[in-house]
Design a protein around this ligand. Structure first.
Ligand code: MLT
Length: 263
């Protein structure tokens, strides 16, 4: 399905029917909604599930660039409005987590639960910002393949696996300009650490034990700051923990949602 949001065509997919509670998934960088396909199918027996492609990625248009992270958050709310989703559980991985954190900070009442997966509330350090700047320059200089080859080992514990090859192909389908825009958006995002103590949603923090991009201590810090938050540490998984430890991820997320869902 395609939805026009602010003059930009965004690709999305809904599975599940009836008046079951909504779950909305937000993918990481530079992926597409395909990275949530398995989870969406697994939850479709008990929930209505929305997955979508962030602007510029997957099958969504970028629209005018540059776009800050706030525009990606606007898109999430616009899609929810367009599909008549009053309240949803929000599940965001990595960049999807940055978007989710801001969405909850802006309008917590639109959600009934929050799952923050392999993400962080801290803004980029200066070193992180310079890394983004190097990535943006490389992408603009025709270095998409080089950028992705350098990035894949940070995403997965086992980059040489079938999952690694699948993810690499998925990332290669994204346009360099859209990837550069997303990097700049992450580089300019705000810090949400101080807001965590004010969150009142049931929250699950998920992290791969071997995540090097948003490592365990950051996840532990987030879980400690959010009142009542649960923490699930997935063994033998890196940054994209839902792809590397799918069964454990589904157990953690499915169990959490079942416990807190409004029925
Ligand atoms: C992601 O997986 O969305 C990104 O790697 C996050 C980041 O680079 O900060």
């Amino acid at each position: 399905m395609q939805l026009q949001v602010d003059g930009v065509r965004l690709a999305c997919e809904v599975v599940g029917t009836g008046d079951w509670p909504w779950v909305v998934f937000v993918h990481g960088f530079p992926f597409s909604r395909a990275t949530w396909q398995r989870e969406a199918q697994a939850l479709a027996a008990s929930y209505r599930v929305l997955t979508f492609d962030l602007r510029g990625l997957g099958e969504s248009e970028l629209g005018p660039a540059p776009q800050p992270l706030e525009s990606y958050v606007d898109d999430l709310f616009a899609l929810m409005d367009g599909l008549g989703i009053d309240r949803a559980a929000l599940v965001g991985l990595s960049m999807g987590g940055y978007i989710s954190l801001r969405a909850v900070q802006r309008a917590e009442e639109r959600f009934w639960a929050l799952a923050l997966c392999d993400t962080r509330a801290e803004a980029d350090s200066d070193e992180g910002k310079l890394g983004r700047a190097a990535g943006i320059r490389l992408l603009h200089a025709g270095g998409r393949e080089e950028f992705l080859r350098g990035f894949l080992p940070k995403l997965l514990k086992r980059p040489e696996s079938d999952t690694g090859r699948w993810l690499m192909d998925l990332m290669r389908a994204n346009a360099p300009l859209a990837m550069a825009n997303a990097l700049a958006a992450m580089q300019g995002r705000t810090e949400t650490t101080a807001a965590l103590a004010t969150f009142t949603l049931p929250t699950l923090v998920v992290v791969g034990r071997d995540d090097t991009l948003t490592p365990l201590p950051l996840a532990q810090g987030m879980a400690q700051r959010i009142p009542g938050a649960e923490l699930a540490i997935l063994e033998d998984a890196g940054h994209v923990a839902n792809l590397e430890a799918p069964a454990a991820f589904d157990r953690a997320l499915g169990g959490f949602l079942a416990r807190v869902a409004p029925r």
